[in-house]
Ligand binder design. Structure first.
Ligand code: ATP
Ligand code: MG
Length: 321
């Protein structure tokens, strides 16, 4: 995980303090927070941050994806939600991470199915899922040491009841990365690459202003692929290489990337794999990658602004009841 240090710090406090010092809250007579919602445009690391915070907290972590909790039969979904929280209470202090929580906590009435085009049945299931979720959250009000962390890129779809105090009362915006974040994220994703001396990650960070975190990750990957293309064409130069500029923050990240890489090198023999390890990603590789990723994954200025505004508006409306 790169960048987003303020947000990560806030998440850490939110989760770790109540878990470590429940007595302090009890003495002050204040209820520890019941949960938080990470919201923001797709691909900016909500899922990643939630899981990083969860792991770092030392709590028992139970994680689920909204859509995966939907069962095949009537009642399955509620049962899955109840079971999730039962386990969470049993091994408290614990943290329940529900990714894509909008699918469970969809607004009652209206067409809660959203763009999914689900019929009446789908809506009814969603409604029951929501009340099961609300029930569980209220059941925690003695604060059983369970914290719920939800993630969504569709906060408007959530039922207001889910956002009431004592439930998901902290709303944390995971927006697009700023320049410093982008610099850190590029470093994370380049940690396992050898970079040519002409690669300037700071300049790349300046030039990628509408990139999401996912687009930055794709950029690094694409640059590496461009390098391989040159390499197997026989023109990769191995001189003037500097070691990948890893700033070491994100070990987990590096591993994920590594899997990608070895997937690519899967068919190569050892000598060839060693050779690939010697290849250097050059500034020119990033240039061609920029073209590809800009066209495929980056919104034009107007659409980008509109997307960003959507979350700001949501937050403003929530803060002014
Ligand atoms: N802080 C970060 N540091 C490094 N890489 C990141 C960071 N945030 C996101 N990424 C990269 O972007 C990818 C997408 O992130 P993630 O799936 O967490 O986004 P999301 O906000 O949950 O998106 P969605 O709303 O679509 O679920 C990750 O797999 C990772 O490669
Ligand atoms: Mg996600």
């Amino acid at each position: 995980v790169g960048g987003y240090s303020a947000l990560r710090e806030r998440l850490h406090r939110l989760i770790t303090w109540p878990a470590e010092r429940p007595d302090a809250y009890a003495r002050l007579g204040i209820a520890p927070p019941g949960g938080a919602l990470l919201l923001g445009p797709p691909g900016n690391g909500k899922t990643l941050l939630a899981h990083a915070a969860a792991t770092a907290s030392g709590c028992t972590v139970l994680s689920a994806k909204g859509p995966a909790l939907f069962g095949e039969y009537v009642g399955d979904t509620e049962a899955a939600i109840r079971e999730l929280f039962r386990q969470a209470r049993e091994c408290a202090p614990s943290l329940v991470v529900i990714d894509e929580i909008d699918t469970l906590g969809a607004r009652r009435g209206g067409d809660a199915g959203g763009g999914e085009g689900e019929g009446e049945g789908g809506t009814a299931v969603a409604r029951r899922a929501l009340s099961a979720l609300l029930n569980e959250l209220d059941g925690l009000s003695g604060r059983a040491g369970v914290f719920l962390l939800g993630c969504t890129s569709q906060p408007e779809a959530l039922d207001a009841a889910l956002l009431r105090p004592g439930r998901l009362d902290e709303l944390l915006l995971v927006g697009h990365p700023d320049e410093a974040d982008r610099r850190a994220i590029l470093a994370v994703h380049c940690a396992r690459l050898r970079l040519d001396a002409d690669v300037d990650l700071a300049a790349l960070a300046r030039r990628t202003c509408r990139f999401s975190c996912a687009a930055l990750s794709a950029l690094c990957r694409e640059a590496a692929v461009a390098m391989l293309g040159r390499g197997f064409g026989g023109t990769t130069h191995r001189a003037a290489c500097v070691e990948g500029e890893g700033e070491g923050e994100g070990e987990g990240e590096g591993e994920g990337e590594g899997e990608d890489e070895s997937g690519e090198g899967g068919g190569l023999d050892d000598a060839m794999a060693a050779e690939v390890g010697e290849f250097c990603v050059a500034a020119a590789d990033f240039e061609s990658a920029l073209e590809v990723i800009c066209a495929a994954q980056v919104l034009p200025a107007g659409a980008h602004e509109e997307l960003t505004k959507r979350y700001d508006v949501f937050l403003q409306e929530r803060r002014r009841p």
